[in-house]
Every structure is written in C-alpha cells, then in structure tokens.
Design a binder for this molecule. Sequence first.
Ligand code: GSH
Length: 278
Amino acid sequence: MSVLGRSGNGRGCNRCSPGTGAANSPQANSLANGVESPFCCSSWRKSAHGERPKPSTHTRSMQLYYHPFSSYSQKALIAFDEYALPFEPRILDTPDGPAMQELAALWPMKRFPVLVDGDHVILEASCIVEHIGLRMPPAERLIPPDPALALEVRMLDRVFDNYVSTPQQKVVFDALRPAAERDAAGVADARRMLETAYAWLDVRMAGRTWAVGERFSLADCAAAPFLFYAHWTHPIPQAHAHLLAYRRRLLQRPSFARAVEGARPFRPYFPLGVPDED
Ligand SMILES: N[C@@H](CCC(=O)N[C@@H](CS)C(=O)NCC(=O)O)C(=O)O
C-alpha cells in the first residue's frame, strides 16, 4: 500500500533500472557487490577504500526506513515485533523530507521498507525479515531451520507478494491516478487475480492455523498486511470461510494488531474507503 502516492512521472515499476540514479550513488558499487553477500538479497556498502564490511556484531542498532501504513513496511514491523528487536525508526512521513532523501540515496527505487544494519543495506521486506532473524536462535526464526519447511515458507511468501499484494497495489494505485490515466483493463485483471488467489488460499487454509507448518512464519508476516488491505480493496467472498478465518487470526496476532493500531491514523489516505468491520 503506497501512502505517499506516486510521482506521476511513470516511476513505480518494480524492475530495477541500472545506470540511472544507482550509477551516481555511493551505493552503486554495493549493489554490484551484493552477489558476495551471504545474506539473501542484501547489498553491502563498501567503504571508499573498498574494505570488506565488518562482520555483524548483532548488538549495533538498526535503522528502518518505513511508513506505518505501508503493507510491506508492516511485513517487516511484524518480524521486529515477533523478535522483540529494537530499531531506530526513519519514518517516511513526507515525500521530500530528510528520511525520504536518505532513502533515495540508499535505494534509488525509493521503495520501502529498507533496513540499514551497520555496513549492510537490506532491500526487500522478505530479506529484512530474514536478515534480522539471523540475530535469533535458529529455532526461533520466522524461517524454520528445516530446509523443506523453509522452502515452503519462502514459496508462500512469494505467493502473497506476487498474487495478493501486487494486484492489490495495482487497484489502489489506479484509484490514486487522475481518471484520464486509469487502466480499466489492468484493474479488471488485477481483481481477477485476487479472486483466483482467494480461492486457492481458501483451500490451502482449510485445517491450517498458519500458512505453513504449525508455527507463525515469514509467510504469515506477508499474509497479514496483504490480506488486510486486499479485503479492503476487493472483498474476500463470505464463501471463503477458511481464508476469512485466517485473516481474523492474523488480526488477533499481537505483532500485527500493534502494526494495525499504529497505522490507524492514516486510514483516510486509503482511496477506496475502509470497511467498518476492521
Ligand atoms: N518488493 C518490495 C516492495 C516494496 C513496496 O512496493 N513498497 C511500497 C510501500 S508498501 C512503496 O515503496 N511504495 C512507494 C512507491 O511505489 O513509490 C518489498 O518487498 O519490500
């Protein structure tokens, strides 16, 4: 869920565009060097002299660039809350404010959340969840130690990102555009994708408490905000009782309940209206 709106210059595609802003930023090399990172999707920041980054001490403070009303930010916030890990908030409260300028220097896509952990800049909410989990004992992580279960968690995380959040954002971004620039066919496709995802997830959630296995995981961190806003965007049919019950369970999870409360003041930004039930 975008809360700052779009620039109206056509930006907003999820595809990376190397050679634009990234090439001029001090982080350009770090993005190129990300392949050396032991962390999924993380990008290292090398010093001007090119030294290797120091190993994580697991005690230094982390800065999180986010907005409380943003669904991808909430995905990361849930994980911080589940782990009871502190961070310094860098709230992206205005489109041109200092936090947004720092974000643009860190990540020219200006998508959030972004985490700074010492020498590491971690992009992508899923990778932030995975990165901060490294501070926790393996058995307590939101990605389980069992490799097969871990793969299933990552798979469901992708399902929620690609087939719930992506079409949900398409509908919302379209509603934020001037009427003459709207994409009716694209929105109809997005709504159909949400319906297909709802039907699949309803079958998936029959007899389950959480998305994968017996424990709350990264997949549930994704499901919580995405199903929350998806239901506001394109209501989940009452016939999908398992999915609706899962969404209610997610809302009762204290980590997500706190994220929802923190975002409540921003509800007037939601362009499609907010149902009374939440
Ligand atoms: N793939 C990114 C997506 C992040 C994303 O789309 N965040 C939204 C906020 S929920 C955003 O940055 N919107 C600003 C924009 O589109 O300009 C992730 O997983 O973190």
